[in-house]
Design a binder for this molecule. Structure first.
Ligand code: PPS
Length: 322
């Protein structure tokens, strides 16, 4: 089965046209589908993955709200899971491929010619997703495959969204002002938003089924990456042995996936990856709290209030400064 990427005269097209829509960031419109805002191509990918994807117990799903540390978590997960195949950095796939190529998004695979790509994947299969938990294929929700989720404080996430959008927009499109972007972000009108519901559905699932969903925060990884690399490996059922710890395998995984290393790799400096996006734009500053250089006081107050309103009582909170 193949999809061309163009809207076709089919059931999905009719469905998408019937959905409520709002102006998008990187796409002309986002559509309200299963309670979240999606670009049209992602809806087709979600529908097809819900219909056709068969998860295996060994699969690992790297889930995230966009702009929250996806690239980093994909690299870390790939390095952890495959550490026995690539015991030295020499010839490591992360030196030759961008993490988005090594851990493809499930909704992109199912928007394209998915049969070939799925059947050629090495096991354990690693997939990325920005799709909220309730819209993941039932076989992911019900099998023993594992889901690792990452999100980030909504202040820094907004800044990266705004930066990224203005980098990837067509030259002919006008810049998205920070004010306009912020207004839409605060209403949850953003690809895969509302962001608070995205985080909360994974948060709830991680509490109800801690062996199924591991919930991570970008700031916590920044604080103690070694602890979290061990935590991910344990969660995936492949803990580091004492020998590995002594011989520096954990440090090696951390270094290979580090921002400085990845940003500097030739493979990440040029060329494009998913959706034809230039790979260099996935690497900006990687600092916690850079938002303070952009936010006005009213913006800070507005977003703080939204976070308080939307997350109160959930137990979910964020560190917003280093
Ligand atoms: S995307 O477009 O959804 O895939 O973006 P995502 O990767 O989720 O988030 C981008 C931010 O993560 C930073 N980044 C990293 N941080 C730490 N380590 C590594 N290896 C890494 N790679 C990317 C990237 O710079 C963005 O954060 P900011 O703070 O804006 O620089």
């Amino acid at each position: 089965m193949a999809f061309t990427g163009e809207l076709q005269e089919n059931e999905e097209e009719k469905l998408i046209i019937s959905l409520p829509r709002e102006k998008g960031w990187a796409v002309p419109y986002v559509y309200l589908f299963q309670d979240f805002w999606y670009p049209s191509h992602a809806i087709q990918g979600v529908i097809n993955s819900q219909k056709y994807f068969q998860a295996k117990d060994g699969d690992v799903i790297v889930a995230s709200f966009p702009k929250s540390g996806t690239t980093w978590l994909k690299a870390l997960t790939f390095a952890i899971v495959n550490r026995q195949h690539f015991s030295s950095h020499k010839n490591h796939p992360l030196l030759a491929s961008n993490p988005h190529q090594l851990v493809p998004f499930l909704h992109h695979i199912f928007f394209g010619d998915f049969h070939d790509q799925i059947s050629n994947m090495a096991e354990p299969r690693l997939f990325g997703t920005h799709v909220p938990f309730p819209s993941l294929p039932k076989s992911i929700q019900e099998s023993n495959c594992k889901v690792i989720y990452i999100c980030r404080n909504p202040f820094d996430t907004f800044i990266y969204f705004w930066y990224f959008f203005n980098k990837i927009k067509p030259e002919t499109s006008p810049e998205l002002t920070m004010e306009e972007g912020f207004e839409r972000y605060c209403k949850g009108l953003i690809e895969f938003g509302p962001w608070w519901n995205h985080m909360l559905c994974y948060w709830k699932e991680s509490i109800d089924r801690p062996n199924k969903v591991l919930f991570l925060k970008y700031e916590d990884l920044k604080d103690d990456i070694s602890f979290h690399v061990k935590r991910v490996a344990e969660f995936l059922g492949c803990p580091f042995t004492q020998d590995e710890e002594i011989s520096g395998v954990i440090e090696s995984v951390i270094n290979l996936s580090s921002f400085e290393k990845m940003k500097d790799l030739e493979v990440n400096k040029s060329g494009t990856t998913v959706l034809n996006i230039e790979k260099k734009y996935f690497f900006r500053k990687a600092e916690v709290g850079d938002w303070v250089n952009y936010f006005s006081l009213p913006m800070r107050e507005t977003l703080s209030k939204i976070i308080e309103d939307k997350l109160s009582g959930s137990g979910l909170s964020f560190k917003t400064c280093p």
